[in-house]
Design a protein around this ligand. Structure first.
Ligand code: ATP
Ligand code: MG
Length: 393
């Protein structure tokens, strides 16, 4: 009689009026995307402050719900009839499924928490919790412990049904993808930029991706990596696009122009300029990079300032204060680490000087850049862009 489902909850803080509608719409799209391709059709039903999903096997629903940015709590549950009797029977059934019989379970400290979204239910929340608790004591002989229970039985009275659950899992959290706008991520093959992209998505930015290759001076290995990374990140948003732009020749021109120990920073500025032009075409309102302060010599504060000066879009650095080991741990958690660790021919190591200047100024860079025709170069680079649509499985 009771049927399995999963309750999904999101932070309601600060959500009012139009914001709330937009937030819920984005969340719904993300949820739909995460449930696409499930082994059975999934029903998604929006209630007040909670979304209920059902239809596919529970483990699959739970696994998919965990991908959804904006969901704070993933709560496997039973949906049962809108009555006290059904609730008691379902609690008993849920406990038996998890713990077997009272003999097998032994003594477990437990608590019942009840809340009502339907205020017309015949019992109040406290009364319902006490009533169900008494039946559990009767059947299982367990001691009640409201402060530090081993088993927490949650009962949520909705308008047409009652939900019973024994566990709450932490979801991805954050704000639904798209609810904060769009950004273009500069994606290399390393650990940092995919994690930066994920953190940007977590704050509600829908992300497009651009990867610069050293072609024609380097092979396609970095593009394969970027492709695989975007496919992994696509699980969190759907419809991700990867733009690949070869800059090998432009890198060589910078070297010929005598960039010397400014070569890396000059390349970074060129990437940012080209990314800005692409972002404007795509309607993205910010650029995202994986810089972490002081991680490598190209990421000193002075160099960050020099790079940033080349764009008028906000240049977001979600990882600016992260340590490398924190970044790698996060990369493992979100599934990009295995790809990032593969070897590739990175365009940045190409033509890289023996020593990288750590205290550059925009003026120094401008004097190198004057020897090149940037107004012509950027549109030319953009004309060579290749667009891929890597899809998550
Ligand atoms: P990552 O681990 O992301 O490769 P990193 O530690 O290697 O970063 P850098 O190579 O200095 O650091 O790059 C800093 C940032 O510049 C990257 O995080 C990325 O956002 C951007 N970037 C660097 N190289 C490329 C590239 N080939 N294509 C696109 N973006 C790049
Ligand atoms: Mg790199």
């Amino acid at each position: 009689m009771a049927r399995p489902c999963v309750l999904l909850k999101y932070g309601e803080l600060m959500l009012k009026g139009r914001n709330r509608n937009r937030f819920e719409k984005r969340l719904h799209e993300a949820l739909q995307h995460a449930m696409d391709g499930a082994s059975a059709p999934v029903r998604i039903s929006q209630r007040t402050g909670v979304v209920v999903v059902s239809g596919a096997p529970l483990s699959e629903l739970v696994e998919r719900a965990h991908r959804v940015i904006g969901i704070n709590v993933v709560q496997p549950a039973w949906s049962t009839g809108h009555s006290v009797d059904d609730t008691v029977a379902t609690v008993s059934q849920a406990l038996r499924e998890r713990y077997g019989s009272p003999e097998q379970a032994g003594a477990r400290r437990f608590a019942v928490r009840a809340r009502r979204r339907d205020k017309n239910f015949p019992m109040g929340s406290d009364q319902l919790a006490a009533f169900v608790g008494a039946r559990v004591v009767e059947e299982w002989g367990w001691p009640v412990d409201l402060t530090n229970p081993e088993v927490e039985i949650t009962i949520e009275v909705d308008h047409r049904e009652v939900f019973v659950s024994l566990e709450k899992q932490r979801g991805q959290g954050g704000l639904p993808v798209g609810s904060s706008g769009r950004a273009l991520v500069l994606l290399s093959g390393g650990y940092d930029s995919p994690v930066a992209a994920y953190r940007a998505m977590r704050r509600g930015l829908r992300c497009d991706f651009v990867h610069f290759t050293g072609a024609p001076l380097t092979g396609p290995s970095s593009t394969y990596k970027a492709y695989a990374l975007v496919r992994e990140l696509d699980r969190f948003q759907g419809d991700s696009r990867l733009h690949v732009i070869p800059i090998g020749n432009a890198q060589r021109s910078l070297a010929t122009a005598g960039a010397g120990d400014l070569q890396i920073i000059a390349q970074r500025r060129l990437m940012v300029r080209t990314a800005e032009a692409l972002a404007r075409e795509l309607g993205a309102q910010a650029l995202v990079v994986g810089d972490s302060l002081g991680q490598v010599s190209s990421q000193t504060l002075a160099n960050m300032a020099t790079v940033e000066q080349a764009t008028s879009l906000p240049l977001l650095r979600p990882l600016v204060a992260w340590d490398k080991d924190e970044i790698i741990a996060e990369a493992r958690r979100i599934g990009t680490a295995e790809i990032s660790k593969l070897p590739d021919e990175d365009c940045c190591s190409l033509l890289s000087p023996p020593r990288v200047a750590t205290r550059t100024t925009p003026t120094q860079l401008e004097s190198v850049e004057r020897r090149m025709d940037l107004d012509e170069l950027v549109p030319k680079l953009l004309a060579d862009v290749q667009v891929h649509v890597p899809r998550a499985e």
